[in-house]
Design a protein around this ligand. Structure first.
Ligand SMILES: *[C@@H]1O[C@H](CO)[C@@H](O)[C@H](O)[C@H]1NC(C)=O
Ligand SMILES: *[C@@H]1O[C@H](CO)[C@@H](O)[C@H](O)[C@H]1NC(C)=O
Ligand SMILES: *[C@@H]1O[C@H](CO)[C@@H](O)[C@H](O)[C@H]1NC(C)=O
Length: 374
């Protein structure tokens, strides 16, 4: 606490003394891309569940002082990101990237990532990231994942800290270039400002079990997904695309956002958070109207966080319908849409496949013009 405070005072003094006032308030524009980054790991052949530590030490060129970083990152499958020993955030799906914002120390910084995969084999573990660093003079540099990172599995205790010595660690193995074989051609969706959310990779879900025929009983079902943002991330706005076969009512943190009655036409809602929420709870009442017919719920959401740090950087994340959603059959519980409703006994939903599957195929998306304040 004290160290950080002192540090920010010093760096403000440094920045203010040398550079025009207001420069540090510049917004970072997210022109970041993964196209020059490599998928890296500690070995070309991954071992399921084995922890891999990946590190990159960053020091500025002579005469420059580091200020802040914007990080886009994804991994196959799980990662935890630490900067200078502090936990920044986590991700668990290679197809959805994250955008993180951190302030940096003036001269010596460590990016450390803890990652693991669930499948053993070639091309089964990978981390990809691009880091835009801003100096106190307003200039920037871009750092990518490549063989200049170091990797070791499993990493010893304290491996993520600033003072840990990784000079005996081997260079990271480049498993493949981003978007290029032999690495699986994963296209990572990156959260942006303004949002770019699409239905791609969201799953059609329904209350488990869904019979092999796909036909489910008529009636309403309640669905919930609780999301706790990574530390220091405060949701400012969100964009939600949603459709349900046959009907839905959508609630965010207990507030009614809208409804839809035609699964072929998804709605796109804009949400503004009036008071910064510490948790987001998406709740949906979805109803199947046709006996023995398919039923499904499809949701994609992109959240932009309040600007943060010395570069006013906006972090972002995607949430989609997947196995982390919960649903209960039977009577709709009173108050199920309220954020504090206890869904701990609800089972996970059944996934029926990604957006694009039959019988729903491609949907039309229509924007709902008026933003909803939650
Ligand atoms: C930064 O972004 C905010 C919010 O989008 C905007 O109000 C502000 O004018 C921007 N500042 C600069 C320097 O571009
Ligand atoms: C690394 O990952 C594991 C499993 O996800 C976690 O328990 C651990 O705390 C992580 N962090 C460090 C610094 O090892
Ligand atoms: C559905 O939304 C419309 C506004 O678009 C509203 O007038 C109506 O009351 C809503 N219906 C339900 C059942 O919530």
């Amino acid at each position: 606490m004290v160290r950080l405070y002192l540090y920010s005072v010093i760096s403000l003094l440094v920045a203010g003394a040398v550079f025009p006032i207001g420069l540090a308030a510049q917004n970072v524009t997210s022109a970041l891309s993964l196209s020059s980054s490599k998928w890296i790991w500690n070995s070309a052949t991954a071992t399921a569940s084995a922890q891999v530590g990946l590190r990159k030490v960053l020091t500025p060129p002579l005469g420059k002082s580091l200020m802040a970083a914007e990080i886009i990152i994804s991994s196959d499958i799980n990662f935890q990101l630490y900067v200078n020993g502090d936990y920044v955030g986590t991700g668990d799906r290679p197809s959805f990237g994250h955008r993180f914002c951190v302030d940096l120390l003036p001269s010596y910084n460590v990016f450390a990532v803890n990652a693991s995969t669930t499948v053993s084999g070639a091309d089964d573990g990978g981390l990809v990231a691009t880091i835009l660093v801003t100096y106190t003079d307003g200039t920037t540099d871009t750092l990518v994942t490549d063989s200049s990172w170091r990797a070791k599995g499993p990493p010893p205790p304290g491996w993520e800290t600033l003072c840990f010595d990784d000079t005996t660690w081997p260079a990271a193995t480049v498993v493949g270039s981003y978007g290029v074989s032999p690495w699986q051609n994963v296209v990572v969706a990156l959260p942006l400002d303004p949002p770019v959310v699409a239905l791609t990779n969201a799953a059609w879900v329904w209350t488990s079990p869904v019979p092999a025929s796909g036909g489910v009983p008529v009636g309403p079902r309640a669905f919930r997904r609780t999301f706790t943002p990574d530390p220091n991330q405060i949701p400012a706005s969100a964009t939600i695309i949603i459709s349900a076969d046959n009907e839905y009512n959508l609630y965010v943190n207990g507030v009614s956002v809208g409804n839809g009655t035609n699964w072929a036409v998804a709605q796109r809602y804009t949400i503004n958070f009036a008071s910064p929420p510490s948790t987001l709870v998406l709740a949906v009442l979805a109803t199947n109207l046709d006996a023995g017919s398919p039923a499904g719920l499809l949701v994609s959401m992109e959240v932009n966080m309040a600007p943060r740090g010395r570069n006013n950087c906006i972090a972002g994340v995607f949430l989609t319908t997947d196995g982390l959603w919960k649903s209960t059959a039977g009577a709709i519980p009173a108050g199920f849409q309220q954020p504090d409703y206890d869904d701990s006994t609800w089972p996970a939903v059944a996934s029926q496949g990604a957006y694009g599957i039959a019988p729903w195929a491609q949907l039309t998306v229509t924007p709902v013009p008026t933003p909803v304040t939650v």
